[in-house]
Design a protein around this ligand. Structure first.
Ligand code: SF4
Ligand code: SF4
Length: 451
């Protein structure tokens, strides 16, 4: 057996691999993300989708109808644009793939891809193959991932701080332990883009097909890639919504920058990407974090926040403020209010993607204008670029009825949307920012008093 070479770039992201930093720590060279000594990690039990099952505040009849609507065709069908039977049918089609994996190990209290990693189908019993140096191994893994359907692939070091402190058990409605095998050193992050034209119809069931299809395609890519790695004699644990936080890994793997909407904004698709991860012990070279001006754009652009129907996105600067238990504690960053977001999804009867649709980085980058805009947003002319981009109205909502009528679903053949939510006026915006800041200060003062 040839012993594989140790990766020369496989340095842990953080010096003290496994506990919180003693002093605030910049993440991925970003000025807007800082990990403080108060960082605790995250329990999946506090995730909004878990709380929708156990927390009496959210586990209501309407929430159960929302969950059921993904499998019961007519549960939330109504006479509203984008919520007809065919819209739900379109959305629910791809969910069957992810649901199949989730249901497969139910008897063992596992929901593969949601609360648990995908069950391995081939343990690494064979001798590890010689993959050459970590750089060429990374190149081959990335090539394979693309063959299996990945749109983006990046590699970074495994960081236990992004691993959930506990997983959620659907059987007991409480926490269960996370078990990561010894020897995991690297994380392969696989990005699958969501379809641009579908996202343009958010917030409707028609638009939610983009997430459903992204999940289904991502699951297939992850499973195939994990099997490839195991067949080469290395460990491979495939994760989707389970086990660890996707966004920090995607950023660290050089796939994009963190945005005000809480998503990783990529150069290729903006925020329109779903990220899966594979934890492995295969020695692989790492990618470096990327910077193309997103942070600076988010400081002056509040489109996602202005167009979020329940106002769940922060208008202010990055901070360690948490809205509720579904936020991660101890990281200075832009944070969204998951409770407000989830409530809106439940009431609407389907998932929303307004914070993706309206982002100036959400573009079809096969077009010259989109490339020019991305370039401008990376320069001090970004304010002007945002004004121009606004005028182009490329982020208006497309009516699902127009999309269904179109020949091929392409946005250029669709009629101009008439139901685009108008931007709130400046005064209302300022008042809202002030109210949010005041509430935050009050909460911080109360916390300080309680200590
Ligand atoms: S998904 Fe919709 S409701 Fe949730 S934060 Fe984004 S815009 Fe707001
Ligand atoms: S819409 Fe604007 S503020 Fe929100 S993530 Fe995109 S660039 Fe940042």
């Amino acid at each position: 057996m040839t012993t594989p070479a140790k990766p020369d770039t496989a340095k842990p992201l953080f010096a003290d691999h496994g506990c919180a930093p003693a002093a605030p720590e910049r993440f991925a060279n970003s000025d807007n993300i800082e990990i403080t000594p108060e960082y605790e990690g995250f329990n999946q039990h506090n995730d909004m989708f878990s709380r929708g099952l156990w927390d009496s505040k959210f586990a209501t009849r309407i929430t159960m109808r929302f969950y059921r609507s993904f499998v019961k065709p007519k549960e939330r069908v109504r006479d509203e644009e984008g919520f007809a039977q065919e819209d739900f049918a379109l959305r629910n089609g791809p969910w069957v793939v992810t649901e199949m994996f989730a249901e497969m190990q139910k008897a063992k209290d596992r929901r593969d891809g949601f609360t648990d990693d995908f069950t391995p189908h081939l343990p690494p019993k064979v001798e590890p193959a010689d993959m050459g140096d970590p750089k060429s191994a990374a190149k081959r893994v990335k090539k394979t991932a693309r063959i299996y359907g990945a749109d983006l692939v990046g590699i970074t070091a495994y960081d236990p701080r992004w691993t959930y402190r506990s997983k959620f058990s659907g059987r007991t409605m409480s926490s269960k332990p996370v078990e990561i095998p010894e020897g995991i050193t690297n994380v392969i992050v696989v990005g699958k883009s969501m379809q641009y034209d579908l996202v343009r119809m958010s917030p409707t069931a028609t638009a939610a097909t983009s997430a459903a299809a992204g999940y289904a395609e991502d699951a297939v890519t992850l499973l195939a890639l994990a099997q490839y790695i195991r067949s080469l004699g290395y460990q491979a644990i495939a994760n989707q919504n389970d086990t660890n936080l996707a966004i920090p890994y995607a950023i660290q793997a050089g796939l994009g920058e963190y945005g005000r909407n809480g998503l990783c904004i990529t150069r290729e698709f903006g925020p329109r990407v779903r990220f899966g991860r594979i934890l492995t012990d295969m020695p692989l070279a790492h990618d470096t974090p990327l910077s193309f001006g997103v942070e600076q754009t988010c400081e002056i652009c509040r489109r996602c926040a202005n167009n979020c129907p329940p106002q769940a996105i922060d208008h202010g600067p990055p901070s360690t403020y948490t809205f509720n238990q579904s936020n991660i504690k101890g990281i200075k960053k832009w944070t969204t209010d998951g409770e407000k977001c989830f409530k809106f999804w439940v009431l609407k009867g389907s998932d929303c993607a307004n914070c993706i649709r309206t982002c100036p980085y959400n573009k079809d980058y096969t077009r010259l204008w989109s490339k020019i805009m991305r370039r401008l947003l990376a320069t001090p002319l970004r304010r002007l670029a945002l004004i121009l981009d606004d005028k182009m109205r490329l982020h208006d909502q497309i009516k699902p009825s127009s999309w269904w009528r179109s020949e091929n679903g392409r946005f250029e053949v669709l009629e101009k949307a008439k139901d685009h939510a108008p931007m709130p006026d400046l005064k209302a915006q300022q008042d809202r920012v002030k109210a949010i800041r005041d509430a935050r200060k009050e909460k911080e003062a109360q916390e300080a008093q309680a200590q």
